[in-house]
Design a protein around this ligand. Structure first.
Ligand SMILES: NC(=O)c1ccc[n+]([C@@H]2O[C@H](COP(=O)([O-])OP(=O)(O)OC[C@H]3O[C@@H](n4cnc5c(N)ncnc54)[C@H](O)[C@@H]3O)[C@@H](O)[C@H]2O)c1
Length: 354
């Protein structure tokens, strides 16, 4: 895609490159010819997508804790980024109840350090600051949330991301607005699925673990609905946003939603069925939880702004997203090379762009 050719030869810094979304983004940037530096904690184990995809060989892998301002400054000084994607975070809601201080320290304090380093980086032309759909205060609305709706969050993770958004706005107004050479915006996306995610308590990795071991997939809450989106869809939004900001720093709003189409909001049971179908064997077992707590009305994003201003819209719908995700895991299970799988999927996605 022509618009993304801007990344060729650019020095791009990705925080959180050892994580699920960051590793896919780094791979895509490498495909586009960028010189990528990654700043993150070390991968948790050698089964992480970052390791399986062999990314360490192709980018400048900097292990650094974003809570350490000196360390962050050193990475920025060496990398001299022209474009920055900030994804590093403690991203798990359930863990945020166990470790609220770590969550706030990382997602707010760490993000503060990234913005501090960014404002002292003379070559920087565009920043995409990644938060989440959970930064909105859930008002139990049935319509999609817009970028200027109220921020807020009940659990520590959501609150930390809402706080990071406020921090970002403050830095924007106080330090970056006066500089005509740099464009910044935050990107808000929801749950994503895709190959190489092995996180606990996430439905697709749970299904894959069961299927790979020949066990039935056990579902406790099959009727709960969620928005499902392939990881490449919001990443395409972040890339487009960065490209536009770099070309025309002051021409865009400072926050964008990148959510799936309404038809991708589907029950967990339907998702698990689609995973089993694409895997080609396996069965589902429903064990309803009699103590299941009431769920708040699902929050979903209104993405009109990204559509109008960036000409962005989701490319892969629900069925395709689940199929591509499951086939990635299936082929990996069958021994296919992960770098090839990831590269092929990025290529296929790119061919599907209008
Ligand atoms: N995965 C999703 O469904 C989803 C949905 C909405 C938003 N997000 C956001 O996208 C971003 C990436 O999420 P992900 O799912 O890839 O998470 P992940 O857990 O797979 O990766 C997190 C990355 O952040 C890094 N990190 C964590 N703490 C750090 C620290 N103190 N210092 C340096 N690096 C640190 C990790 O090393 C890793 O590289 C996060 O900002 C997350 O909040 C993710």
């Amino acid at each position: 895609m022509k618009e993304l050719s801007i990344f060729k030869g650019k020095r791009v810094l990705v925080t959180g490159h050892t994580g699920f979304k960051g590793s896919w983004l780094s791979q895509w940037l490498l495909e586009l010819g960028a010189q990528v530096t990654g700043l993150a904690l070390a991968p948790l184990n050698d089964q992480e997508h970052f390791c399986l995809a062999g990314l360490e060989k192709h980018l400048d892998h900097q292990v650094c804790d974003i809570r350490d301002l000196n360390g962050v400054n050193q990475v920025f000084a060496k990398a001299k980024p022209e474009i920055l994607f900030h994804l590093a975070a403690q991203p798990l809601v359930r863990y945020s109840y166990e470790a609220p201080k770590e969550t706030f320290d990382t997602n707010v304090g760490g993000s503060l350090n990234i913005l501090e380093a960014a404002r002292r980086s003379p070559n920087l032309g565009a920043v995409v600051f990644v938060t989440t759909d959970k930064c909105y205060q859930n008002q139990e609305w049935h319509h999609g949330y817009r970028e200027n709706d109220r921020l807020g969050g009940h659990d520590p993770y959501s609150a930390s991301k809402a706080a990071a958004e406020i921090l970002f706005q403050s830095y924007l107004r106080s330090f970056f607005d006066q500089n005509p050479e740099i464009g910044l915006a935050s990107g808000r996306a929801g749950n994503v699925i895709g190959g190489g995610d092995w996180a606990k308590d996430r439905i697709v990795p749970d299904c894959i673990r069961a299927l790979a071991q020949g066990n039935p997939v056990r579902l406790r809450n099959p009727k709960a609905t969620r928005p499902w989106q392939h990881v490449l869809d919001p990443l395409f939004g972040y890339l487009k946003l960065a490209a536009r900001l770099y070309e025309n720093p002051k021409a865009y709003p400072d926050a964008f939603n990148f959510g799936p189409a309404i038809s991708s909001i589907q029950p967990v049971g339907r998702l698990a069925e689609a995973v089993v179908e694409a895997w080609g064997s396996g069965k589902l077992e429903i064990s309803q939880d009699p103590n299941a707590v009431h769920e708040a009305t699902l929050l979903h994003l209104n993405c009109d702004l990204a559509y109008q201003k960036l000409d962005w819209e989701p490319v892969w719908g629900f069925e395709r997203a689940v199929k591509e995700t499951t086939l990635w895991y299936l082929k990996q299970h069958q021994g296919q090379s992960v770098p090839e799988l990831t590269q092929t999927q990025i290529k296929t996605f790119t061919q599907d762009l209008k």
